[in-house]
Ligand binder design. Structure first.
Ligand code: GLN
Length: 490
């Protein structure tokens, strides 16, 4: 059961081979035993989880269960969940108990009847690529405990990789679903911007943030995405779309050339210098596998993608500096104990409540938005953002999906990049352009380098999640990388 897919778990629950209470208890016991090693969860509440499991069992008994009712899932601690501490990895919100549910939480638990196993650790306010900026301490990668799990959804990734949870949510502003999925041998999907509601998802950079699923396989991600999407009038950028079943295409029969006719675009900028040789070798082997499945590869170009990291590190901090101004010691969370007057209270609460990386972003963001620098930095970055998006429009005239590495390296050592922000920022060199363009992207396991997992990135056109998941699924039917589990975790 611990290693089963969501489909298998759903079948076991429907056939009454196991109850949701029993299944949830299996995972909660594992969390109790393994979480002290990996630090993947920041909040666990057995009573709350088991109450949800009992409700799910009642729905199953009454015949009113949906496809994922009773299945346990871990929630990134960026999603507000009523009655649960919701910290966003920050001291600022260490004691904040949410009075309401994020839309994603309401859909997954209230509507779909999934069981929350708890809230997962993350980089503070989702700023980071290693999970080391969390106020609650670093998370360890189940594949090598001296290494990072990636970030910012590092707790979610480590929870699934160690099978403390069969699936989890993540959020991706510049790579935070795909990069940790890559570093922990998981499948993760960042949907088209606007597909998944941001209501109740603590804001980092609102024009880039998007929630999505993380799990072992594309099939599991499709089932999860079905429960997460939908128009939400409480999110002004939420999109109204006809409902789609993302698992449908995956179920269709396929011969030995299931991807015949598929054109895969290989951006030459993703295959140049800057990527570790071991990562590149695994990606090249995946390309050969795709050709065996019937796909043809064409070279494409994303000529402005080299500007994605600098443009992102203007736009994302600008939005963050505005979003994080609400944390002032008055309305939410932490307030300094001693202060001289109101201004001093604001200053001390923010100085003590935020960590170094968050402060760095607020400073940069405030600077690039200030009078005299707005045109030179912020406006310029927005123009580059448009050029980057246009590059994809051109590329998708010649191909159906774009393929490349997710991350330029495998999991790095804890502390290795912590002192050098620019090195850390470059971890997202292949993922950030996707957020700037608002496109869907995913990462899936495609092999190992030096014993550590390598992630393959697939990028789709707007709303092509179904096709993207199918392209991933056909590869996962032909390979078993996604089934590999780390050694030494019983
Ligand atoms: N690593 C990037 C950053 O630090 C992206 C984070 C994310 O996607 N939330 O901003």
């Amino acid at each position: 059961m611990i290693n089963a897919s969501l489909k298998e778990l759903a079948q076991a629950l429907a056939a009454k081979k196991i109850s949701s209470v029993e299944l949830s208890t299996l995972f909660l016991d594992r969390i109790e035993r393994l979480n002290p090693v990996f630090n993947a969860f920041v909040t666990v509440d057995r009573e709350k989880s088991l109450k949800m499991a009992r409700e799910a069992d009642a729905r199953i008994a009454a015949g009113t269960a949906g496809p994922l009712t009773g299945i346990p899932i871990a929630q990134k601690d960026i999603f507000c969940a009523e009655g649960w501490t919701t910290t966003c990895g920050s001291k600022m919100l260490a004691n904040f108990v949410s009075p309401y549910d994020a839309t994603v939480i309401r859909k997954m638990h209230g509507e779909a009847g999934m069981v929350s196993l708890g809230k997962t650790n993350m980089d503070e306010f989702a700023m980071g690529s290693s999970n080391e900026t969390s106020y609650f301490g670093a998370v360890r990668n189940p594949w090598d405990r001296e290494r990072v799990p990636g970030g910012s959804s590092g707790g979610s990734a480590a929870a699934i990789a160690s099978r403390m949870a069969p699936a989890a949510t993540g959020t991706d502003t510049g790579g935070s679903i795909r990069q940790p999925a890559a570093l922990c041998n998981l499948t993760g999907l960042k949907p088209t911007y606007g597909l998944v509601s941001r209501y109740g998802m603590i804001a980092f950079a609102s024009s880039l943030d998007q929630g999505g699923p993380m799990a072992a396989s594309a099939e599991d991600c499709a089932l999860l995405l079905n429960t997460m999407v939908g128009f939400d009038e409480r999110d002004s950028t939420s999109l109204e779309r006809p409902a789609e079943d993302y698992a449908r295409e995956l179920g269709e029969k396929s011969g030995d050339k299931p991807l015949a006719g598929l054109r895969i675009g290989l951006p030459k900028e993703f295959f140049g210098a800057g990527c570790d040789a071991g990562v590149m070798a695994a990606v090249q082997a995946a390309i050969a596998e795709y050709e065996k499945l019937g796909a043809t590869c064409v070279e494409v170009s994303l000529p402005n993608s080299y500007l994605s990291v600098p443009a992102y590190y203007v736009i994302a901090p600008a939005e963050a500096s505005s979003n994080l101004s609400r944390f002032d010691g008055v309305r939410y969370g932490f307030r300094a104990e001693e202060y001289a007057n109101l201004d001093d209270m604001y200053a001390k609460s923010r100085a003590q409540g935020f960590g170094a990386e968050v402060k760095r972003r607020i400073l940069i963001g405030t600077y690039v938005l200030s009078h005299g620098y707005y045109d030179a930095y912020y406006l310029q970055a927005q123009r580059i953002r448009r050029l980057i998006a246009n590059d994809f429009v051109e590329a998708f005239k010649r191909c159906d999906v774009i393929l490349g590495p997710t991350s330029p390296s495998t999991a790095f050592k804890l502390g290795e990049k912590a002192a050098d922000p620019v090195q850390m920022y470059l971890s997202d060199i292949y993922t950030i352009a996707v957020n700037l363009a608002g496109l869907p992207g995913m990462s899936l396991p495609c092999g190992f380098a030096g014993g550590l997992p390598v992630g393959l990135q697939l990028i789709g056109n707007y709303f092509a999640e179904g096709a993207l998941l199918n392209v991933a699924h056909r590869y996962q039917q032909a390979t078993d990388w996604h089934r590999r589990r780390p050694h030494g975790i019983e």
